[in-house]
Design a protein around this ligand. Structure first.
Ligand SMILES: C[S@@+](CC[C@H](N)C(=O)[O-])C[C@H]1O[C@@H](n2cnc3c(N)ncnc32)[C@H](O)[C@@H]1O
Length: 448
């Protein structure tokens, strides 16, 4: 498979979603719709509010105050900009999830069921903190492109804001032109801080649970600035219990240091608790998260996608970035197995968790994976602990003189990639790609 095939598909899907949102927005928002300067001003203002609250600068405020604001201008900004932008953030985790055994029903099974008297069972989605349905629309578009044999999707959307759910209902009623499976939507107004997940959704009934940029709001991280891992882990355990066998919980959050590090801490807690919750991605290993070794680091996904045109103009007008999509995420399942397991083979798999640096005849980048165990002895000797600069994820290094045809993919490495390496050595505190080493970027879905 050539580079960028997945990204190319998604850019087309992203444009479809944005076109749809722009087409239906006047009918969905009615008198609350805005365009041009007024829209741009509200996008800028809402963005400033999100930022101030992320920095904890608004006394007594929380993300949810902004999220639940039903101000007409903000509603238009949320749909026409923030939702239209954030649909892109689910794609990376979803492409990876397609590798999870048993997640997508095989086409022949679905066809068999469709031919039987009962017809094919719908795919069942639980969207928690659904807002305007951003995560759901992204997921349904992904199903259309990835599993076109899925004919029906039942969505249960839960949010504390009845106004947001009303907009989501209007969007669902306008989905007929998208070529999606038939979407049936049930909405429930509930405060997920107060109600356990199994109180709002039945146990064992869902194929996927989606949480888009909401977890940090339920838990009011902005109040103390100190993430409390325990209640978040408990909520996510409840989410996994609502899954049917083979299902998955996908949590997507902004690529902000504090929020991403909250996910790392929760992930470590879930792994340590061994309570029937397994991390499928982004981690390729159950080793403790190396990001927590130093607060300078956090793991996030990054895609070099330029926003569709109208959206890009709005972003630039509001002083926001339009050239890449960033997010942090955690994919959980009730079955054991990491993303990389399907790759198989003798090679070591690593996740690239930092940007590539080039200087003085060497390229280096930060990685995470079981192969980092080569450095454990050095760490145990205290060499790593003694130097804060080297705490955090392992460095992988290739010297210019060691470049070879088996590692030409090094040139294309980007943050978030999964790479398969053979004959990796270690020297001092670093993993070394020597002249005998090979490195290959893994593309999902896998070529089989
Ligand atoms: C930033 S929006 C994200 C919406 C959507 N999931 C997405 O991916 O764009 C956060 C949503 O979480 C909801 N939310 C915040 N706190 C909540 C709570 N305690 N219970 C239920 N929903 C909550 C807000 O009302 C809002 O719709």
């Amino acid at each position: 498979m050539g580079d960028g095939r997945i990204d190319g598909n998604w850019e087309a899907s992203w444009e479809r979603l944005v076109d749809w949102i722009y087409q239906v927005a006047p009918g969905v928002l009615g008198a609350k719709d805005l365009r041009a300067t007024a829209l741009g001003e509200n996008v800028g203002e809402l963005s400033r509010l999100y930022n101030r609250q992320e920095q904890g600068a608004t006394a007594g405020g929380s993300f949810s105050d902004v999220s639940s604001a039903q101000d007409a201008g903000f509603l238009a900004a949320k749909l026409r900009f923030f939702s239209a932008r954030d649909v892109a953030k689910f794609w990376g985790p979803l492409v990876e999830l397609a590798q999870a055994p048993g997640f997508v029903p095989p086409a022949d099974l679905a066809q068999g069921a469709a031919d039987s008297d009962q017809g094919a069972a719908p795919f069942r989605v639980l969207d928690l903190g659904a807002g305007l349905g951003t995560a759901t629309w992204s997921f349904v578009e992904w199903l259309r492109s990835t599993a076109p044999h899925v004919q029906a999707v039942d969505v249960t959307a839960v949010d504390s804001s009845s106004g947001a759910l009303r907009v989501m209902e209007r969007l669902a009623a306008s989905a007929g032109t998208m070529g999606w499976p038939k979407v049936t939507l049930k909405t429930r107004v509930a405060d997920l801080r107060e109600r356990p997940v199994n109180d709002v959704a039945p146990t064992g009934g869902f194929d996927v649970v989606l949480l888009g940029s909401t977890l940090n709001e339920w838990l009011d991280l902005s109040d103390s600035g100190v993430p409390e891992f325990e209640p978040i882990a408990a909520r996510l355990e409840q989410c996994v219990k609502t899954l049917r066998p083979g299902g998955a919980v996908v949590v997507v959050e902004p690529a902000l240091r504090r929020v991403a590090r909250m996910l790392h801490g929760v992930r470590d807690l879930l792994v340590a608790r061994d309570n029937g919750v397994f991390v499928f991605g982004p981690c390729l290993t159950d080793r403790p998260c190396p990001m927590l070794g130093s607060d300078r680091h956090w793991c996030h996904g990054e895609k070099p996608w330029r926003m569709p045109q109208g959206l890009g103009e709005l972003a630039r007008g509001a002083g926001l970035r339009d050239q890449k999509v960033t997010y942090s995420y955690l994919t959980l399942r009730g079955e054991e197995g990491h993303l990389g397991d399907a790759v198989g083979g003798e090679k070591d798999l690593f996740r690239v968790v930092g940007s590539r640096l080039r200087h003085k005849g060497r390229s280096e980048w930060r990685v995470c994976g079981d192969g980092c165990s080569r450095l454990d002895e050095v760490a145990a000797d205290g060499v790593l602990d003694g130097e804060s600069e080297t705490n955090g994820p392992a460095r992988m290094v290739q010297l210019k003189r060691d470049r070879n045809s088996g590692s030409s993919d090094v040139q294309d490495i980007q943050r978030g990639d999964v790479i398969a390496c053979a004959s990796v050595g270690s020297k001092n505190r670093e993993l070394r790609l020597g002249s005998e080493s090979t490195l290959q970027r893994i593309h999902f879905p896998l070529d089989r």
